[in-house]
Design a binder for this molecule. Structure first.
Ligand SMILES: Cc1cc2nc3c(=O)[nH]c(=O)nc-3n(C[C@H](O)[C@H](O)[C@H](O)COP(=O)(O)OP(=O)(O)OC[C@H]3O[C@@H](n4cnc5c(N)ncnc54)[C@H](O)[C@@H]3O)c2cc1C
Ligand code: FES
Length: 336
């Protein structure tokens, strides 16, 4: 009562933000530019940090223009980094709120919220004999986390980026090649064109024998999944997507955010998470692509459409929806 409306933990945060027992935080200690639009952010996690497995991602909560926004980023540091710090590597995308803030504006010393690492895009305990990393653009980040963490006898990477200077971690990759720890094919799509997955065998003749981790734009991953399935080896391919694949849209409707008492028009393609944030409603979120369940919210009236499958969910008692992959399917009420 003495400290109301500020909680005692808020005072503790002022003196010891990274202490054990509070919400997990991290302090940004350095920002290292990687390319013209990508940077590696060095984070000192608070005492409750339980570590990560190579390939996993963390959700971070960052204040951008006074609004706390959550996004997911792959950990790019190895698990045994001696100073206990972790890194994420962020590529600024056009109009991206958090990515531009992290790449261009955030200052060392900034405190962020941090979740424990999660995700099953990881290396298996038993080392595969042959590995392929198939990556493009910022999709190189989880693969770099793995490359830095675990050495294999035979590892190949096929990485695409528009131009040589767009290749994130280019120097580190070339150092690994010089040390004979990696065989690398770098494709520069501005001059070489996009990778035609049907011709992967020309670059990596034994690709079908390799345990493969692929991360990049939806086009690359869709093509890879089809290719591996067609050749009868889908179990050898592991993929990580940074955005949900939207397959179905339909008519939208009027969305009412009941707790905030706001009603807005929404189309049938925009996730309700974006609709709410745009309207100034406080919306919980995490991965923004349907995997973490950090955005679940009661649907109290109307119906929504799952953008990944087209499935319609109607309101009812205890009906929860993932706002990051659901769009209005007619008028609906959301308990936010
Ligand atoms: C498991 C996981 C791991 C991830 N790891 C990384 C990583 O290591 N490095 C990294 O840079 N990003 C990573 N991402 C993507 C990251 O979480 C954000 O989506 C990205 O930084 C864009 O956020 P933003 O706030 O800048 O864009 P927003 O302001 O949310 O979006 C701006 C515009 O860009 C579009 N958009 C949103 N996300 C993307 C995207 N990924 N690519 C292209 N367009 C997009 C939106 O539809 C919107 O039109 C990861 C995502 C997931 C789910
Ligand atoms: S934000 Fe992760 S499931 Fe919606």
């Amino acid at each position: 009562m003495v400290t109301t409306p500020v909680l005692p933990s808020d005072y503790l945060d002022l003196v010891s933000p990274l202490r054990a027992g509070g919400d997990l935080r991290g302090r940004i200690e350095a920002v290292h530019p990687e390319t013209g639009d990508a940077a590696t952010i060095v984070i000192r996690p608070g005492r409750g940090w339980r570590g990560h497995t190579a390939g996993q991602y963390v959700r971070i909560g960052v204040d951008v223009d006074g609004v706390r926004l959550w996004r997911a980023y792959s950990v790019t540091s190895p698990t045994n980094r001696s100073d206990g710090r972790i890194t994420i590597t962020v590529k600024a995308i056009p109009d991206g709120k958090v990515s531009n803030h992290l790449v261009r504006r955030v200052q060392p010393g900034t405190l962020i919220q941090l979740d424990q690492a999660t995700g099953d895009f990881v290396l298996p305990e038993a080392k595969p004999a042959k590995v392929l990393y198939l990556t493009a653009g910022s999709g190189i980040t989880p693969a770099m986390g793995m490359l830095r963490d675990t050495e294999f006898d035979d590892v190949v990477m096929v990485h695409s980026a528009p131009k040589p200077h767009d290749v994130i971690f280019r120097t580190d990759l070339h150092d690994l090649v010089a040390d004979k720890k990696l065989r690398l094919t770098e494709l520069h799509t501005d001059t070489d064109g996009m990778l035609d997955i049907a011709r992967l065998g020309e670059l990596v003749p034994d690709w079908a024998e390799r345990e493969t981790w692929a991360c990049g734009p939806a086009g690359l991953l869709d093509a890879a999944e089809a290719h591996w399935t067609e050749h009868g080896v889908p179990e050898r391919l592991h993929t990580e997507r940074f955005r949900p694949t939207v397959v179905v849209t339909g008519d939208g409707g009027q969305v009412t955010f009941v707790a905030t008492d706001k009603t807005v028009e929404a189309d049938g393609a925009t996730p309700l998470l974006d609709v709410g944030e745009e309207a100034g409603v406080l919306m919980p979120s995490g991965c923004r692509m349907g995997i973490c369940f950090g955005c679940v919210t009661p649907l109290t009236a109307g119906a929504v459409r799952d953008l990944r499958t087209g499935e319609i969910t109607e309101a009812g008692p205890d009906v929860l929806i993932q706002t990051c992959v659901s769009a209005a399917a007619g008028p609906c009420d959301i308990e936010r």
